[in-house]
Design a protein around this ligand. Structure first.
Ligand SMILES: [Ca+2]
Ligand SMILES: [Ca+2]
Length: 145
């Protein structure tokens, strides 16, 4: 009795990794906390929403005084996904997360040899040339990673 069956044991395609595909990469808890903290600072009347006035005043006091009214309006339009005219925490954190990811991509381009060695002023200056206003805090945060 000889069984010369070819052993074609094709590996079955395994079940797709369940739950392993989240659409957005996990956010650094420190960064998340920073955005939540920022939200709390901007929400000066503590109603859980940032309205355009709070945004304008808050950004000014946080060092974004040079952000124009137009840029603020754009910020609001882009981040206000529910189109309610103001931002809740989820909208704000989501937008800032995307914003941060974008900044980080830009930063990776600036820091071509990836050694993280750009001074704060260089980072701010380089972003300014691209038409993106960032604060010292943001520059420091980008440099840390
Ligand atoms: Ca508010
Ligand atoms: Ca909203």
């Amino acid at each position: 009795m000889s069984s010369d069956q070819p052993t074609w044991n094709r590996p079955k395609p395994g079940p797709k990794a369940m739950g392993a595909s989240t659409t957005s990469p996990p956010l650094d808890p420190a960064v998340q906390a920073w955005f939540e903290d920022l939200f709390t600072q901007l929400d000066s009347n503590r109603d859980g929403r940032i309205d355009p006035n709070e945004l304008a005043e808050g950004l000014h006091s946080l060092g974004y005084g040079h952000v124009s009214k137009k840029e603020m309006e754009e910020f609001l339009i882009k981040s206000d996904t529910s189109q309610s005219g103001d931002l809740d925490k989820g909208e704000f954190v989501r937008y800032m997360t995307n914003h941060e990811r974008h900044l980080r991509l830009q930063f990776a381009k600036l820091d071509e040899n990836q050694d993280g060695k750009l001074c704060i002023q260089e980072i701010i200056g380089a972003f300014k040339k691209m038409g993106i206003v960032i604060t010292e805090d943001e520059a420091k945060m980008l440099r840390k990673r």
